[in-house]
Ligand binder design. Structure first.
Ligand code: BGC
Length: 349
């Protein structure tokens, strides 16, 4: 019997009223010999070039170590071939569980196959691995992120007036970027139909890069002129790129700009007035819960996931965490109260 078959045979999913109780794996892992019996978790990351992912890595690693596991981290610099190689080398080094933050959710289906061929379970972290038998998914409510961004702008449309809007989506390769757009569409489509919102320009920022968002904003201004009311940027990195273009055009502070992640630079821009809102996603909760789940997967212990996400192949048992919209008015009550940002850093005191 091959390992994958053994993996499937001893897997069971049991529906109970409180959610799904899930246990998958090839039997109790004894821990990697290399780590002196400690379970080893491989963390394969898309990138470490954005502020949030450094925090994710550090919080995850700290919690997994506190729970008695070893963590090996590799980052692929937004390159699918490299991320597949990373996964291969983590598998070869004998990890007991894999946690993957895919650059491209579709491309990493292959990584799940490779891991399963060796009986290693895979946790999809923040971004969904699609069209694969992904064992578990932990993320925020990504559709709601888009809804909060768009609802914030909708509330700023003057009574009887309309809003000229530039839309900057994230990386097409990231399933989350599509979910953020879906949430934005939920709120915007009726307003577009009523003529209260006019989308003057829209595009996807390749690899979520701020410089691509800057180019999109430049192109929007070239096309639509300076008469732009708002930029629906899908995260803080792209918001930063858009704001650079606005500064060059003398428009900074005059155009509403959304974001997400509560990056320090974005929080500073919000209190200074060049960015208008962000979405705070409590990374500490995500990273710590993911570490707890990954350690359980590595030890082949049962775990609970209350939700499911369709990834095109299966319903992936999922853990979905809540989020909150942040503006100048609630900065202190949210990211600062939660200890995610320090008052002195945000306000420069
Ligand atoms: C994450 C965002 C992040 C973006 C760019 C998305 O998948 O959910 O938090 O800003 O990727 O890295």
């Amino acid at each position: 019997m091959n390992l994958r078959l053994a993996f499937v045979l001893i897997s069971f999913v049991l529906s109970v009223t409180t959610g799904l109780v899930l246990s998958r794996g090839r039997g109790a892992a004894t821990g990697s010999a290399k780590s002196g019996g400690k379970p080893v978790i491989g963390l394969s990351m898309d990138t470490l070039k954005e502020e949030r992912w450094i925090a994710d890595r550090d919080l995850f690693t700290e919690q997994a170590r506190a729970l008695g596991a070893e963590v090996q981290v590799l980052s692929a610099n937004s390159d699918d071939t490299r991320q597949l190689r990373d996964v291969e080398s983590l598998i070869t080094s004998g990890v007991d569980a894999l946690v993957i933050i895919p650059h491209n959710g579709e491309a990493m289906a292959r990584a799940v196959e490779m891991a399963h061929a060796e009986g290693i379970p895979v946790l999809s972290y923040d971004r969904l691995i699609t069209n694969a038998e992904t064992d578990l998914y932990i993320t925020f409510d990504n559709v709601k992120v888009g809804e909060l961004q768009a609802r914030f702008l909708a509330e700023k449309i003057p009574a009887g007036g309309r809003m000229r809007l530039v839309r900057i989506y994230g990386a097409k390769t990231d399933n989350n970027a599509r979910l953020f757009k879906q949430g934005q569409d939920n709120v915007l489509q009726p307003l577009i139909k009523e003529g209260r919102v006019e989308v003057v320009f829209e595009d996807w920022a390749e690899d979520w890069k701020p410089e691509n968002a800057k180019k999109i904003t430049n192109a929007a201004i070239t096309k639509a002129g300076q008469n732009i009311d708002a930029i629906l940027a899908s995260n803080d990195g792209t918001a930063g790129g858009a704001i650079q273009a606005l500064i060059e055009e003398g428009l900074s502070g005059k155009v509403l700009v959304t974001g997400q992640d509560a990056d320090l630079a974005a929080c500073q821009r919000i209190v200074a007035g060049s960015q208008t809102m962000t979405v705070y996603k409590p990374l500490t909760r995500l990273a710590k819960s993911a570490a707890e789940l990954a350690v359980k997967l590595a030890r082949r212990q049962p775990l609970i996931a209350r939700a499911e996400t369709d990834n095109g192949r299966i319903q992936v048992p999922s853990v979905l965490l809540d989020i909150v919209a942040v503006t100048r008015d609630n900065m202190r009550d949210t990211v600062i109260a939660d200890g995610f940002r320090k008052e002195a850093e945000v306000y420069g005191k």
